[in-house]
Unconditional design. Structure first.
Length: 327
C-alpha cells in the first residue's frame, strides 16, 4: 500500500493589503476542503474522485474565482473552464466557455468518462451538460455585486484584474494607473493586473494513483472567448503515473511554459524528485511570468511552490505533515 497525500490551492499572487479577516476566511475555506479530501482518502475513495469532490466544494463557494465566484468577461457574463486528469491511464476531460453549469469540474469529469472526446467548449459543452443532466443555473447565479463593481473599475482602467477579492479601494487605485505606466506585461502587451485566483486540487491515494483538477472563471474583464491555462492539459493541469500537478497564476505564461507537464517531464527524463522538479519549472520555465503550483508524487510526497508574493494553499500527507499558508 502507498501513502496518500493531498494539496489544495486558491490562487497564486495575493494583494499585500488583503484584510486579515479575508485572509482568515480563505484559510478556513481551504482547510474545510482539505479535511473533506482527507476523509475521502481515508475512506479509500480513488484520487480522481477526491479531486473532483474538493474542487466542487470550492466552486460552490463565492470566495475564490471559480464556479459561484467566477470573474466576469468584458460583457459582464461568465465563461468558466475546468479540467481533470487521472494519472494511471492519463485520461482527462476539459471544458471551456461554460455559462450555466453550476460545477464545471464535474462536467469535465463527465467529458472524460461519458464522451468520445476529451475537451468540449462553449455551446457544445453546454449541450453535453444538458444531455448528461448536470445541475444548471441562470448566469445571474454567478454574478455578484462585488464582481460587477470590479468589472466597472477594470473597464475604467482599460485593464484586466485577476483577483476579485482585492479590496475595492485597491481596485480604485488600479483604475487610476494609466496604460503608460502599466503594472505588468502580459503576452508582450502592457496591462494592469493583480493576483490570479484559480482553484485546484491534487491527490495521490493509498493505491499510488495520482490525479489533478483545476477550475477557474478566468480574468476580470477578459475578452469573450479567451481560454486560459486551467483547461489545457500539460499547462494548468497534468497527472501521470509519477505525479499530479495543478497550476495557478498568469495563464499565458503557464501555457508557454507547459508548466504542469514539465514537472512530470523533468522527473521522468532528468530523474529529479518532486520538490526539485517543481523548483526547476518555477525558476526556469516561466519567462518572467507569475505562477504557482501544487503537486503530489506517487510516493506520497506533497509540495507547494510559487514565485509570486503569495499563494492560497493547504496540503498534508499520511505522515502527518501539514501546511496552511498564504505568503
Amino acid at each position: 500500500m502507498g501513502r496518500w497525500a493531498i494539496a489544495v490551492h486558491g490562487g497564486a499572487g495575493v494583494d499585500p493589503n488583503l484584510p486579515l479577516e479575508r485572509q482568515e476566511e480563505a484559510k478556513q475555506l481551504l482547510t474545510r476542503c482539505l479535511n473533506l479530501g482527507i476523509s475521502a482518502l481515508r475512506s479509500n475513495l480513488p484520487a480522481i474522485d477526491v479531486v473532483e469532490l474538493v474542487v466542487r466544494e470550492l466552486e460552490s463557494d463565492p470566495l475564490f474565482n471559480s464556479g459561484r465566484g467566477s470573474a466576469l468577461t468584458e460583457n459582464g457574463t461568465v465563461e468558466m473552464e475546468a479540467s481533470i486528469m487521472d494519472g494511471p491511464k492519463r485520461r482527462y476531460g476539459a471544458v471551456s466557455g461554460l455559462t450555466t453549469v453550476k460545477n464545471p469540474i464535474s462536467l469535465a469529469k463527465l467529458v472524460m468518462e461519458k464522451s468520445p472526446h476529451s475537451y468540449l467548449a462553449f455551446s457544445g459543452a453546454e449541450k453535453f451538460a444538458r444531455q448528461q443532466g448536470v445541475e444548471l443555473v441562470e448566469n445571474d447565479y454567478f454574478i455578484t455585486k462585488e464582481n460587477v463593481e470590479m468589472l466597472r473599475l477594470a473597464k475604467e482602467a482599460n485593464s484586466i484584474v485577476f483577483d476579485y477579492r482585492i479590496p475595492l479601494e485597491t481596485c480604485r487605485a488600479i483604475a487610476t494607473t494609466t496604460m503608460d505606466n502599466p503594472l505588468q506585461m502580459m503576452n508582450g502587451l502592457p496591462i494592469n493586473v493583480y493576483a490570479a485566483e484559480t482553484v485546484g486540487c491534487v491527490a495521490v491515494d493509498s493505491e499510488s494513483r495520482c490525479a489533478a483538477a483545476t477550475s477557474t472563471g478566468g480574468l476580470m474583464n477578459k475578452k469573450t472567448g479567451r481560454i486560459g491555462d486551467s483547461p489545457l492539459i500539460g499547462a494548468g493541469t497534468y497527472a501521470c503515473e509519477l505525479c499530479g500537478v495543478s497550476c495557478t497564476g498568469e495563464g499565458e505564461a503557464i501555457i508557454r511554459g507547459t508548466l504542469a507537464r514539465d514537472v512530470a517531464a523533468v522527473m521522468e527524463y532528468k530523474g529529479l524528485g518532486l520538490q526539485e522538479a517543481a523548483d526547476f519549472v518555477i525558476n526556469e520555465r516561466l519567462d518572467e511570468g507569475i505562477a504557482g503550483l501544487i503537486a503530489v508524487s506517487k510516493n506520497g510526497e506533497v509540495i507547494c511552490r510559487f514565485n509570486s508574493n503569495g499563494m492560497f494553499r493547504v496540503c498534508t500527507n499520511e505522515d502527518g505533515f501539514m501546511e496552511v499558508g498564504i505568503w
